[in-house]
Design a protein around this ligand. Sequence first.
Ligand code: ASC
Length: 145
Amino acid sequence: MKKILAALLLTALAIPAAMADSPTEVRTQSFKKILRAFEPMGMVVRDRDPYNKDAFIKQADTLKQLSAEPFNHFPQGSIDGKSRAKPEIWSQPAKFQSAKDNFLKSVNDLSSTARSGDLAAIKKSYGVVAQSCKACHDSFRGPER
Ligand code: ASC
């Protein structure tokens, strides 16, 4: 009886830990961090918040610092009940890699453009990042479920 209780307890403890650490959950949180870094710049490029060169550089650099991380959490076939990842991530690896590279390059370019202080150029660069998000989602992210 004691053994059964101990086993049950261990199982109960292990379930939330496994869920919290699953690759799908880790990468989802990682993408959410990226979105939270991206959105304040969106407010500026849409003229909803004032443009401040130094603040924008910091935001662009934060985005750059976060941008590669989620891609460390796509082990083969990692799709679970909540994940919107499509099997094409693993069946079309070169295409996924190229979508990732485009995104990382666009984020890098935004960080460079931010240093120019040229708001028109920054708006363009921001749009290229947004487009790279969308391109990857269109091919590799399924509907919410
Ligand atoms: C965002 C967001 C995306 C991209 C994309 C841009 O803010 O959540 O997925 O930009 O929609 O077209």
